[in-house]
Design a protein around this ligand. Structure first.
Ligand code: NAD
Length: 479
């Protein structure tokens, strides 16, 4: 009766992070008849979502949130209350790599998921659809079903897999016009009804042809497969970039020629200092673990190479910097432009900049870092963090916050960062780096002045005319 009286469908999303926040904001905007509440156990995160300074930077996000917050979009820490009232519960909690115990260094850590599932079972008094929004190992829905049904109080849960394909930096654009929405469910009448209910939500703005429905395991595995394929393209082009440098070929020309083949396509073929972000490495490691658990070591080894090439690309870059600077960067000021893992985000999770900076600090460089969206405390935290060695999970490399404080300073702009520096390393492809006044930068640097372009964003020829010695990933080297 209570349900009939309520006019609006109510969606609750557990997890107000990079995925939960933007995804739910767009659902609220596109579905004015649906009430959407995003809940999180993190008080600062929810406070930020309810303020003028959102907890994440994403182009277009402020605008979407402003349009519907307080109307049909709410952010709350009252997790249990809103889960209890919801018809559809999305779970978008973090699923990081396990750092201890069975599968350490590879397997997904599902503790946040499990506690969310147990809480859902505990507080629910009416039938619910539970949607996996987080990226999870294939077969997770089976485990979630067990937790929910064994703890349910006579009510029915339908589990759907609805993985998110948005990319940070273009999240809103991706959510407005998704290449596809993927919904996996049980092939029972109840499962199909649940799929239809979720389809009805997306049908508010996504063309029917772009909504794909599959069984649960296909949907779960497709997300891991998509991330593995994307990361593989980057590692493939980065592997080619090393060969280009060795032979005098130019990776931009090679990628263009290769990408013109319609079977291959031009996207995601930019050589770089390596991929980062919270997902690619974690999801491939997860895939590797699943392969190993299923008795497929050769397949596991195949995907491992994608990460090995990524690690190799980062160390290759560091070695190039040090070797070019007369085999030592000790006590030399090196400006780092860009710290986020890609442009248009402030996210630094798994950013290649962490490994590159640590590599240079290992050779005793003095770093001066500037990123338009990453704050000093974040950089200090990231560089002091223990790095998890996935090949040797029991060996954690200790990092000293004191040496980070001594060796690293953070600047408010690119000009401050590069003043008196011996070298500039470009680690994120921020647009503003393309239009910097490099003559001014050159004039204020030590000579010879080096530029190491890890993203191929600057015009190397122009910089050479100014007087810089330039190294661009995958390009013929300076004479
Ligand atoms: P995130 O860490 O930014 O957000 C997760 C949030 O969940 C955190 O705010 C945390 O406090 C909250 N949380 C954890 N346990 C909770 C609980 N029991 N109750 C309430 N809140 C809880 O993570 P994210 O980047 O949004 O990623 C979430 C999932 O989406 C991951 O599985 C990730 O692999 C996947 N994914 C991420 C991206 C991306 O670009 N970041 C893209 C697609 C998919």
């Amino acid at each position: 009766v209570e349900k009939e009286e309520r006019k609006m469908v109510k969606i609750c999303c557990i997890g107000a992070g990079y995925v939960g926040g933007p995804t739910m904001a767009v659902i609220a905007l596109k579905c004015p008849t649906i009430e959407v509440v995003v809940v999180d156990i993190s008080v600062p995160r929810i406070t930020a979502w309810n303020s003028d300074t959102l907890p994440i930077y994403e182009p277009g996000l402020d605008d979407v949130v402003k349009q519907c917050r307080g109307k049909n979009l709410f952010f709350s820490t009252e997790v249990e209350k809103h889960v209890h009232e919801a018809d559809i519960v999305f779970v978008s909690v973090n699923t990081p790599t396990k750092t201890r115990g069975l599968g350490a260094g590879k397997a997904a850590d599902l503790t946040y998921w499990e506690s969310a599932a147990r809480m859902i079972a505990d507080v629910s008094k009416s039938d619910k659809i539970v949607v996996e929004k987080s990226t999870v190992p294939v077969k997770t829905a089976e485990a979630i079903e067990k937790i929910l049904t064994h703890n349910s109080k006579g009510i029915t849960f339908q589990i759907l897999s609805n993985p998110e394909f948005l990319a940070e930096g273009t999240a809103i654009e991706d959510l407005f016009k998704p290449d596809r929405v993927l919904i996996g469910g049980r092939e029972t009448p109840g499962g199909q009804k649940a799929i239809q209910a979720l389809k009805d939500v997306y049908a508010h703005w996504v063309p029917e042809g772009n909504i794909i429905t599959t069984n649960l395991w296909s949907a779960e595995l497709s997300k891991l497969a998509a991330n593995a394929f994307l990361a593989q393209r980057i590692s493939s082009v980065n592997a080619m970039s090393a060969l280009c440098e060795a032979t005098g070929a130019n990776v931009t020309q090679v990628a263009y020629a290769v990408g013109k083949d319609s079977r291959i396509g031009p996207k995601f073929l930019n050589a770089s200092v390596g991929f980062g972000g919270s997902c690619f490495q974690k999801d491939i490691l997860n895939l590797v673990y699943i392969c190993e658990c299923n008795g497929l070591p050769e397949v596991a080894e195949y995907w491992k190479q994608v990460i090995k090439i990524n690690d190799y690309q980062k160390s290759r870059f560091v070695n190039r910097v040090v070797a070019s600077m007369f085999n030592t960067v000790s006590n030399k000021k090196v400006a780092i432009l860009g710290f986020a893992f890609k442009k248009d985000t402030g996210d630094t999770r798994e950013t290649p900049a962490i490994d590159v900076c640590k590599g240079l600090m290992g050779d005793n460089a003095k770093l001066s870092i500037y990123d338009p969206q990453v704050q000093e405390d974040q950089i200090q935290r990231d560089l002091s963090m223990k790095k998890f060695d996935w090949d040797h999970p029991l060996h954690l490399q200790p990092m000293s916050p004191t040496s980070v404080k001594q060796q690293v300073s953070v600047s408010m702009d690119a000009y401050g960062a590069t003043k008196d520096a011996h070298a500039v390393c470009i680690l994120t492809e921020w647009d503003e780096f393309k239009t910097l006044d490099f003559q001014k930068i050159y004039d204020n640097m030590q000579k010879p002045a080096f530029v190491f372009d890890g993203r191929n964003v600057v015009n190397a020829d122009k910089l050479r005319e100014i007087g810089f010695i330039v190294y661009s990933i995958g390009k013929p080297l300076d004479a």
